[in-house]
Write a protein of this length. Structure first.
Length: 546
């Protein structure tokens, strides 16, 4: 095949990805398509001279493989100088790794990633046949580390130290931020759009999970007629493709283990688990490497030309502050989403026999700085369940209404080091200060009104008789959406990185996780974090190619 006519929805990058061709070579053969991320339906893509050079990553010999993913010891990593070294394998770190591997192919550059936690599970927890929604919750409680009582102003938060981070447990809700949110950002919605497109494609984000399910269709109709005209199916990161013709789609719910798998099939990289980064090493204003410790407290130095820190909103400022990286804004502007959850009892008799599942979303608007997500039936019980779980016919069922509000970035909300208390690795613990501003409280008031309005609309149409709704206001952290403690911006007095995630004043040190988000918006953050991480990676690739 010398050329190919692009189909609807395709970009040069998606053609390269699908045909497993090198994007840089494809770009050079197609000067009429300067941007690899614009849609090119109907255009001719020149492939000549390319079809004989597909990217094929050499796999390590199988006999070396002792785990479900190749691992490298810290001893070995300390003998290599990496072109890019990534800290943390939650959402942000693996997105950077995937993009580097996809763009670089087999170009001889060295990529490493160190993860503090161990191998816990090899896929999203809901892809595991032995877990249902309630067992997943129990499992999460046992393996996560709550900030809890030590942080009375932010008591609901928890951390996951494991390969995959919190993406092993997330609910996959993946809306984009609203264009109005970007008024407070150093980059525009339009600038992030190509990266949203890439992230949505690679994370399998679509509205398909609940589309055409009876309960979703009926609820959309009721609520659109009750003052919620924008309500629609929620975009989720779920692979809906059937396993067929040799291609196995066993990772339905996305976790960043999928990034690692895709990266590994492009080219090899070095991954160490149980590898806690404790210090960024620097010389003359440049990062030179990392000091990493194993659980037996042995210390290793790993050299790197560029470092990307993706250790989470809590651990990224902790690592950089304890490494002495200067910056007035570091740790500050911590945000979450204020959160109200209402539970409404629904009368089953209004619905036909086959109910399906419910996951719908009212996005924020210019005048309503909050979003609402409805889920059910019976909260998460029938939102996710293994095929072999007995699904009884219900007489009544609960649905949840989760309202998430914008929280403004305030200097006074911060994470700082508590030098009076150090952990077993000698790293100071954190202390968190957080309170809602008057503006946040006014938004919470509006959220309450909207929630009550939605509850009344449902009770007046399909609600079970004589049943009271339950309403709870979540404490900070219970939303799992902490952001902003290493925010990006143009002004070093109000931001910790530049608009590409590069730490102010250090040319080879970057941040790519929830902490760089400069303004919370109302949307669940992970899609935005991944889109930003891919954008940061493209910037790094460009810098290193100079
Ligand atoms: C139950 C649940 C449901 C959620 N649902 C949604 C949802 O529907 N939609 C959504 O957008 N978001 C959701 N989230 C939030 C989502 O999981 C996070 O936004 C996302 O995982 C944040 O990515 P991150 O890279 O910033 O941090 P993390 O995922 O926390 O990853 C950080 C990683 O860095 C590692 N690390 C930390 N310190 C070090 C160190 N010093 N050295 C080496 N490694 C280190 C950690 O072990 C961890 O693996 C949910 C979270 C939970 C828990």
């Amino acid at each position: 095949m010398d050329s190919y006519t692009a189909q609807t929805g395709e970009t040069l990058r998606s053609v390269a990805y699908r045909m497993r061709l090198d994007i840089q070579k494809l770009l050079s053969l197609n000067p009429h398509i300067p941007n690899p991320d614009t849609y090119i339906a109907g255009q001719t893509v020149n492939l000549v001279r390319m079809i004989h050079i597909p990217i094929a990553a050499p796999q390590p010999p199988e006999t070396d493989l002792k785990q479900w993913i190749p691992l490298t010891s810290l001893e070995e990593m300390s003998q290599t100088e990496y072109d890019v070294l990534i800290v943390g394998a939650g959402a942000g770190g693996p997105a950077v790794l995937w993009r580097l591997c996809q763009q670089w192919g087999l170009n001889g550059k060295r990529i490493g990633i160190v993860e503090r936690g161990d191998l816990l599970i090899p896929t999203h927890s809901m892809n595991i046949p032995t877990l249902n929604a309630s067992r997943k919750r129990d499992f999460y409680k046992n393996i996560s580390y709550p900030l809890g009582k030590s942080q009375p102003e932010y008591p609901g938060a928890s951390q996951v130290f494991a390969l995959g981070g919190k993406t092993l447990f997330w609910s996959t809700a993946s809306p984009r931020m609203h264009p109005a949110d970007f008024n407070e950002w150093p980059i525009s919605y339009e600038e992030l759009t190509p990266y949203y497109n890439i992230a949505e494609r690679v994370m399998n984000i679509s509205k398909g999970y609940t589309q055409d399910s009876t309960i979703t269709t009926m609820m959309l109709e009721i609520l659109r007629g009750s003052g919620f005209p924008e309500i629609t199916e929620l975009p989720t990161a779920i692979d809906l493709t059937a396993t067929k013709f040799g291609q196995v789609h066993s990772n339905a719910l996305f976790s960043s283990i999928a990034f690692l798998g895709s990266a590994l099939n492009q080219r090899p990289f070095d991954l160490a688990v149980n590898a806690r980064a404790v210090q960024i090493l620097s010389e003359n204003g440049n990062a030179t490497g990392l000091r990493v410790m194993s659980p037996d407290k042995k210390s290793y130095v790993i050299k790197a030309k560029t470092i990307v820190v993706s250790a989470s909103t809590w651990e990224t400022p902790r690592l950089l502050l304890s490494s002495g990286i200067p910056g007035k804004a570091i740790g500050h502007y911590l945000m979450n989403h204020s959160k109200i959850v209402a539970t409404v009892k629904i009368d089953r008799s209004y619905f036909p026999e086959v109910l399906g599942t419910l996951f719908i979303w009212k996005p924020r608007t210019l005048i309503e700085p909050y979003q609402m997500i409805l889920y059910g039936p019976d909260l998460e019980r029938y939102l996710w369940y293994p095929v072999f779980e007995n699904k009884e016919v219900l007489k009544e069922f609960d649905i949840g209404i989760e309202t998430l509000g914008v929280v403004e970035p305030q200097f006074e909300n911060y994470i700082a080091l508590n030098h009076a208390s150090v952990d077993a690795y000698g790293v100071p613990d954190i202390q968190v200060r957080f309170s809602y501003s008057e503006k946040d409280k006014a938004i919470i008031g509006k959220m309450l009104q909207a929630t009550n309005h939605m509850v009344a609309s449902l009770l007046g149409t399909i609600g079970a008789k004589n049943r009271q709704p339950e309403l709870s206001f979540y404490v900070p952290g219970e939303d799992y959406h902490e952001m902003g403690s290493y925010r990006m911006g143009n002004d070093p007095s109000t931001s910790a990185t530049n608009p590409y995630g590069r730490i102010h004043g250090i040319s080879n040190l970057y941040v790519a996780d929830n902490s760089v988000i400069p303004y919370s918006g109302a949307a669940n953050p992970t899609l935005t974090t991944v889109a930003l991480a891919i954008r940061t990676t493209d910037h790094i690739i460009h810098q290193l190619s100079k």
